[in-house]
Write a protein that binds this ligand. Structure first.
Ligand SMILES: [Zn+2]
Length: 290
């Protein structure tokens, strides 16, 4: 299910209908908003054997949904890295003639985690594109990709989805409230009530945090990291900081340090996706500035 992103879907559909499908696409934007779901929707559409594409009922749509389609491949990071051998394997597989459909599709998830060797190997394939292959890079951090890769991609940008739209689609405003505009997160809360409970507790704990001194914030950070919820805390903190920032601007308060803290939180989230940084240390550095 894709929640939101109507504009992006229309753009992709029009490329398909005009028979102008790019051989390399970049789906960029925040995490858990539906980039990968849209990538598979697109691959279903170009491989669909039904009339209203994607029909969701034909063999091809079914096999893509079940992740058993022989011509649709996925690459995931292993231990926060996409290694050369993974890309080489994919390149080899797409060099064969398609098993069933006229298109072969590759989705590289968290593409920013390709190391330089992997990116260079992929670049060679992008330089000599095969017209029956579509490669989709999905990433939150496109600026981590080589400019030579970026220049060969057709970019579709994704953004956060309004909480109203998420609430309407999932018939739960309560869950939408906790989702930060990320439908993937909302669906996760719907499927796993214990995760929803945790998010609710975190939100409650953060209430009034900016009015209190940093010993209070440090105790929250200690509790969260002791319970191994540092990453969730950081995401939640960033969202709370963005809301607080708007408030401070409205009230014409000094925001320089606060803005710096927001930048540090964004950077920490990025670093966490690539490496094993010390979350507690990163959070404490931010907590001093807010
Ligand atoms: Zn179909």
């Amino acid at each position: 299910m894709i929640i939101g992103h109507k504009e992006q879907q229309e753009k992709i559909r029009s490329l398909f209908e005009k028979n102008e499908i790019p051989h390399a696409l970049l789906f960029s934007g925040p995490g858990a908003v539906g980039k990968k779901t849209t990538a598979f929707w697109f691959l279903k559409m170009i491989s669909c054997e039904g009339r209203d594409k994607p029909c969701g009922e034909c063999r091809s749509c079914y096999e893509i949904e079940e992740n058993i389609h022989l011509d649709i491949l996925q690459v995931f990071p292993e231990e926060k890295e996409i290694r050369l051998k993974q890309i080489e394997e994919i390149i080899e597989r797409i060099s064969y003639k398609g098993a069933k459909s006229c298109y072969k599709g590759v989705v590289i998830d968290e593409a920013h985690l390709m190391n330089v060797q992997s990116q260079n190997a992929l670049l060679k394939t992008l330089e000599e594109p095969s017209k029956d292959t579509v490669i989709i890079l999905v990433t939150e951090h496109p600026y981590s990709l080589l400019p030579t890769i970026l220049s060969r991609m057709f970019e579709i940008k994704f953004s956060l989805v309004s909480e109203k739209e998420i609430g309407k689609s999932l018939k739960s405003n309560e869950i939408a409230d906790l989702s930060f505009g990320k439908p993937g997160l909302a669906i996760n809360y719907l499927q796993f009530p214990e995760k929803k409970k945790r998010a609710e507790n975190l939100k409650k704990e953060m209430n009034g945090m900016f009015e209190k001194d940093f010993s209070f914030r440090f105790s929250l950070i200690k509790k969260a990291t002791d319970e191994e919820k540092g990453e969730e805390f950081l995401e939640c903190l960033l969202k709370a900081m963005q809301i607080e920032m708007h408030k401070r601007i409205k009230e014409k308060k000094e925001t320089k340090d606060f803005l710096q803290a927001i930048k540090e939180a964004e950077e920490a989230i990025f670093l966490l996706s690539k490496t094993n940084i010390n979350v507690r240390l990163a959070l404490e550095k931010i907590a001093i500035k807010i």
